[in-house]
Design a protein around this ligand. Structure first.
Ligand code: PBG
Length: 384
């Protein structure tokens, strides 16, 4: 009867549809399951009181003042979701990201209030400088070969190209070709200014470490660095240990790719870089082997858990990481992944709940045990 020696038995003896016949059978043989205790819900905390401002590109997700964030945290906990990750929108930004490490920083305030009101919720703190820097980069910006302030470099570049500046006034009345030409020229001016600056890796480490200690002091349970500076896990571990926080785990955004899928987040956290992009520190989306090196280094530096981000465009990276490393693995289903599902659903082009669960399941099946997702609350409700 064994016609195909390499597979046990074939049709008509084997019929895979037998186990797909009913809900109960499908449930019995399901290989991957979603449960709310895999979810982490991201929250954006802003100054003020009673503020609940919906993010235009992320319907259903809001900037929340501390009091509203506490209410939201209670709701999250009541849905069986064990954890939130906090991002902050400071009332002012500067060139040293003071809002990230100040004792009364916005995330520090939220952490204290949440620890008091919802003590058994695990608080993760995203550690990055971009939301707190006036230039929106994740590290300290320093002049490259020509030491000059950003403003001065911009003024120099513009005064050398007065012609295009003059033509750019009255842009609205010009023809399409003319407009495109002016815009191209302006872009090249911006690029010439930007190329004079770089993100200073080692100077950023000190600020990231200081931020981590300050957040932990305020009640954050897990430190999650997302800046992608080299050596930041070791710097943070050393600083936490020095401050006697030897038991605070680090969840490293180890393989974080430079991605167009972060678009809506940058509106939510008001953290878009004012010039250039993040490609000199976040990873190139083409590189799987390099992602493995990033993860390996972070584990060596002391990361307790690792993360791959974004999720759905990088499921292969999640699967490879699961295969290779024996630490808890998280994946971040980012703002653009959320926004695409919401936008298509609101047009009636896809079934929202079904696609939401399928996307989350794919991340789980690829091997992530923890999923950071803006859909956490809605998915938990469906699973209840
Ligand atoms: C901060 C940070 C970003 C995200 C998480 N932490 C933005 C970025 O790197 O530009 C993105 C999350 C999302 O898109 O949902 N560096």
């Amino acid at each position: 009867m064994l016609r195909n020696p390499w597979c046990l038995m074939s049709f008509p003896v084997t019929r895979l549809r037998r186990l797909r016949r009913t809900d109960q059978l499908r449930n019995l043989v399901r290989e991957t399951r979603l449960t709310p205790d895999a979810f982490v819900y991201p929250m954006f905390v802003c100054p003020g009181e009673g503020v609940r401002k919906e993010i235009r590109s992320m319907p259903g997700v809001c900037n929340l003042s501390v009091d509203e964030a506490v209410k939201e945290a209670q709701e999250v906990r009541s849905l069986g979701i064990p954890s939130v990750i906090l991002f902050g929108l400071p009332d002012k930004k500067d060139e040293v990201a003071a809002g990230a490490w100040a004792d009364d920083g916005i995330v520090q305030q939220a952490a204290r209030a949440m620890k008091r009101e919802v003590p058994d919720l695990i608080l993760m703190g995203d550690v990055c400088l971009c939301e707190y820097m006036s230039h929106g980069h994740c590290g300290v910006v320093k002049p490259g070969s020509t030491p000059q302030s950003l403003g001065a470099a911009a003024r120099d570049a513009l005064s050398a190209r007065q012609g295009v500046v003059a033509r750019s006034r009255g842009l609205a009345v010009r023809s399409r070709e003319e407009k495109e030409k002016v815009i191209d020229e302006l872009a090249s001016i911006v690029a010439s200014v930007v190329s004079k600056f770089e993100i200073d890796n080692d100077a950023s480490l000190e600020l990231l470490a200081r931020t981590s200690v300050s957040l932990t002091r305020a009640g954050i349970d897990i430190i999650a660095p997302s800046d992608m500076m080299d050596g930041r896990v070791a710097a943070i571990r050393a600083a936490l240990d020095e401050a006697s926080f030897i038991n605070t785990p680090i969840l490293s955004y180890a393989a974080k790719f430079a991605s167009g899928f972060y678009g809506p987040f940058r509106e939510a956290a008001d953290s878009a870089p004012q010039f250039g992009d993040r490609r000199s520190y976040q990873m190139d989306g083409a590189n799987l082997r390099e992602a493995m090196r990033e993860i390996e280094l972070d584990i060596e530096e002391g990361a307790d858990m690792i993360m791959v981000k974004p999720a759905m465009p990088y499921l292969d990276v999640i699967a490879a990481a699961r295969d290779r490393f024996d630490v808890p693995l998280a994946a971040y289903q980012v703002s653009g992944e959320y926004a695409m599902i919401e936008a298509a659903a609101s047009n009636g082009w896809i079934e929202r709940d079904r696609v939401m669960m399928e996307a989350l399941l794919s991340i789980r099946r690829a091997g992530a045990s923890i999923i950071l997702t803006y859909h956490a609350k809605d998915a938990a409700r469906l699973l209840a």
